[in-house]
Write a protein of this length. Sequence first.
Length: 272
Amino acid sequence: MSHIITGLIGHPVAHSKSPRIHGYWHRRYGIAAEYRLFDIAPENVAPEIARVKSLGLRGFNVTVPHKITIMKFLEEVDTAAQKIGAVNTVIARDGQWLGSNTDAYGFITHLAHTLGNLAPYLPRVLILGAGGAARAAMVALMEAGAGEITITNRTHASAEALARASGARAVPWEKREAALAGITLLVNTTSLGMQGKEPLALDLQQLPPEAAVYDIVYAPLETALLRQASARGNPVVGGLGMLLYQAQRAFFLWHGITPEVDAALQQEVLAP
Ligand code: ATR
């Protein structure tokens, strides 16, 4: 079997968990493939992308800061990526590059695996943040049949722009605690609460006890938001699963196998 190459382009990429995830599945499914990291600084994009193209990759993931820039190097962008406005996965077919986005799949698949029937959580959703991750969550939730979606973000103009584009409502960041009243699902897509970042200041007093709380942050695995939510009895969902399931979909797009997301994979990813 010829040696298959996939990988990740971004800047920085050294911290990425994706080589571990894909490496685990290559071994598990006996695929002779290698997942390489390509650290490409924004000023070198064009020549570096040409170099990547010459290597004949089966496909690759794309992360910050290239998720939008990459589009101009692609022959086609699928509807998932168009709706989110960003590409996180590229598939090579007959020398042509097709851009896709597996983040919405990753988000909603993990959410459904953890909560089971999503219907009780979809009527009134509050999303914290308005970046790429918020757009992926928004697309996934709308496709899943979410009712009323409210967005709140530090930079209110971004919340308003996203709300306008998707028929949602924007509320000022300062009013986020009052916006928790009546919510059925709370989704944090900001980096607040991540190791090394500022904490997320959010008192959950107004949040109904049956509302589910999702946090995209996975380092630490149990964030202060999830701990606070668990303590008052709200169902909680952590962010690691989105990482694993977006990779599952990319792996399928490259290799035609839907690899299993199991406890052993999780251990592999969390190992020091
Ligand atoms: P991603 O693509 O992962 O969503 P991003 O586009 O950089 O990353 O978005 C990060 C989100 O975290 C944004 O909603 C950002 O708010 P701004 O639009 O105001 O930048 C939010 N965020 C980051 N640091 C924050 C902070 N200290 N307080 C409040 N929100 C913050």
